[in-house]
Design a protein around this ligand. Sequence first.
Ligand SMILES: Cc1ncc(C[n+]2csc(CCOP(=O)(O)OP(=O)(O)O)c2C)c(N)n1
Length: 618
Amino acid sequence: MNTSYPLLQAIQTPDDLRHLRTEQLSRLATELRAYLLKSVSNTGGHLSSNLGTVELSVALHYVFNTPHDRLVWDVGHQTYPHKILTGRRDRMATLRQLGGLSGFPQRVESEYDAFGTAHSSTSISAALGMAIASKIKGEDRHAIAVIGDGAMTAGMAFEALNNAGVSDCNLLVILNDNDMSISPPVGALNRYLAKLMSGQFYATAKNASRTVLRGAPPLLELARRFEESAIGMVKPITLFEKFGFNYVGPIDGHDVETLVSVLENIKHLKGPQFLHVVTKKGQGYELAEADPVAYHGPDKFDPAVGLQKSCTDGMLTFTQVFGQWLCDMATVDDRLVGITPAMREGSGMAEFEQRFPKRYFDVGIAEQHAVTFAAGLACEGLKPVVAIYSTFLQRAYDQLIHDVAIQNLPVVFALDRAGLVGADGATHAGAYDIPYLRCIPNVSVACPADENECRQLLCTAFAQNHPVAVRYPRGVGAGVMVSSGLDALPFGKGEIRRRGEHVAILVFGTLLYPALQAAQALNATVVNMRWAKPLDLDLLLQVASEHTHLVTLEEGAVMGGAGSAVLEALSAANTTRPVLQLGLSDTFIEHGDPAKLLALQGLDAAGIETAIRRRFGY
Ligand SMILES: Cc1ncc(C[n+]2csc(CCOP(=O)(O)OP(=O)(O)O)c2C)c(N)n1
């Protein structure tokens, strides 16, 4: 830590922060922002959202008695300033690396991380639970949820508002409105918030302070506003007031002294409070302000130069393969519609949006709605492709079963980030999709081994008349050339990739390539199974009859996964073979370099070879 951060350097915990004079906070925020930029540019990670929460983090820890008061950050990707202020400044260099700080709040990491997050829109529910618990236990503490305007679009946030608005507990919801999700925000709520901030509806910071200072009981205040709005004198009652909250704002979220004075005042009000704070994504770093999407989650970069084009040696990521396929298939089939729950960039749909705007739907952070919306489209003869991360489809499990599978609707699920994701850690790992999908009737699951198969299996999936998921991992694959055609592979069929003796490795997905390496040393057979469901039974039974030992391999949870499907099938066919199941162990795998994490799970070539030798005594 160098001396250009004199105030920040003196802060080990929020207690130290609370000893500063209010006039010093703006200087502290400047130091914190500079430290943050330097730190994230060295490690990579979420940047623009964190630049936007610097003043809010300072003000919240200054006014509230954390960790006694509970501070719950929604998604948690904007908590780096909070981490720096809560004793983790010196560990920021380890961010998102194996054994280092998580990129999200974690209860095990710090007592200041009141609630673990990473999936969005959980903060109001969790903070409400904490507020009610403190009431039941007779404890005097505040519970605060900080939620972005993107996260606010999720149904779950509204379920929580609906519940909280009629409670009489001391819950403070802070809407951090930067008019951005990862990409520009969508939907009617966004329009409403924009309206709130415009013209006569924009209360100056001064006005907001005065409103709070009056400290009128919410009901009285509501009655007064109703009366005044009836004669057209004053701003109408906001949506949040209609939900039962006392609404304050919008106020400037980069004016730390105002934030402090407003929060000080709100702190003394009873009942559910709603503070609307306006911030700028990327605040204070010109390049991020100009392009908050690119700086949402950059790799390492030089702040003086800015982001450079990332180099993948001409290799396509699976996400790019999907994006190209989507455009190509949409060109030849006008029934195709593409749906993303707020992940346009992450799911590779930017070009599709440009070229097919009428068939592109960003539905907001609303996975449940995305799936049922797709079901409705499919009922009417369209061919929906839902591009969704494996981990986020977990949110829409009932919709998948109840709305899509039971009605056997032809929806394609392009499941990105299947398997380990690396720096984002356990919350984002796509570890469970094979187990959670393969138990649902009518649903098929394809596991391409490389980029070209990914394209081909997407074609196969699209041609089916029932729900099909195609799961593929983050990043690049084996570097296989991707054909430009739209040829499908046969449905439910695998292939033998290498013929060996005694041992056959049945691979589901991209671990085919390390398996081929391991098989070289073992002279084993390698089977590219391609489908976790339906299993290629003929191929499986043929391979079982020709080998003494079987190995199953998948980048997904072993428990209930494709290997379990193989065991079930062998058992049903009354065939007994020793089977070694390789995949992700029954534990949450933390953040780190993906290759290292795979190796730690024994899923690199050396690990696969060792496991086989050990189990079968080779
Ligand atoms: C359930 C779920 N879906 C998608 C995401 C991916 N995601 C992470 S941050 C983000 C945008 C959040 O926008 P907002 O709440 O406005 O925060 P900002 O980044 O603008 O500060 C999204 C979609 C997620 N974390 N959780």
